[in-house]
Ligand binder design. Structure first.
Ligand code: ADP
Ligand code: MG
Length: 212
């Protein structure tokens, strides 16, 4: 067994089988560096270029932690755009397909709020959304984060570039302090370090340099 085998991780046999079926035969470098800590419950800041497999690094963390029998919002992933949020939700559903009845709900701008409001009333395990729309639902008291145990900021650099800093802070302040927080980014500007300092506890920092 090599250090990049998914089977070296504390994942259920169902998740390992799904990875095998999807032909994820070995961890990518950012997955190998971040997943042990993610699955150990640590806060992690992970930086690696686009296309390096960051989604599965946090999706497996979310799925490993999820208690499907508890039909409450347990994880929140924030993304800069609707397209990215939909891709992330799709990857979580794909990787989570062996755990039946996982409800992943996307909350993004550009579509009417009322359908999302109805879906929120029906309940979900995992929310994936853009900061503006998630904050909107939160302020209308349509989301309950009291059982949230995992918060993921995906493409954090782009979310800051797009001016979502205040929305992010408002959302994060509504989540339990006991949560695990993961931050993924393609670049690592100083504002990320500042944001991370205010919301993470002794994070592990992992960087995969791109070979130029
Ligand atoms: P990033 O978020 O870093 O830009 P993605 O998570 O979108 O990258 O992954 C890029 C592609 O690599 C996706 O198509 C995904 O399905 C695939 N992928 C991720 N991890 C693995 C793996 N361990 N083995 C094979 N393919 C993978
Ligand atoms: Mg990504």
């Amino acid at each position: 067994m090599s250090a990049t085998d998914f089977s070296s991780l504390p994942l259920t046999s169902e998740l390992l089988q799904t990875l095998n079926d999807l032909q994820y035969s070995a961890m990518t470098p950012i997955q190998a560096q971040s997943l042990p800590a993610v699955l150990n419950g640590q806060d992690v800041i992970a930086q690696a270029k686009t296309g390096s497999g960051k989604t599965a690094a946090f999706a497996l963390g979310i799925l490993a932690k999820l208690d499907v029998k508890r039909f409450r919002v347990q994880s929140l992933v924030l993304c800069p755009t609707r397209e990215l949020a939909e891709q992330v939700a799709e990857e979580i559903r794909r990787l989570g397909r062996s755990q039946h009845n996982i409800k992943v709900l996307t909350l993004c701008g550009g579509v009417p709020s009322r359908f999302q409001t109805l879906s929120l009333e029906h309940g979900a395990h995992i929310l994936v959304g853009t900061p503006g729309r998630v904050l909107d639902h939160l302020q209308q008291e349509r989301i309950d984060f009291s059982e949230l145990s995992m918060l993921v900021l995906d493409e954090a650099d782009r979310m800051l570039d797009m001016g979502f800093q205040d929305d992010l802070k408002a959302i994060i302040s509504a989540t339990p302090e006991s949560r695990q927080t993961l931050l993924f980014s393609a670049t690592y500007p100083p504002q990320i370090e500042k944001l991370a300092g205010s919301l993470m506890q002794e994070p592990l920092r992992v960087t995969v340099e791109s070979e130029v």
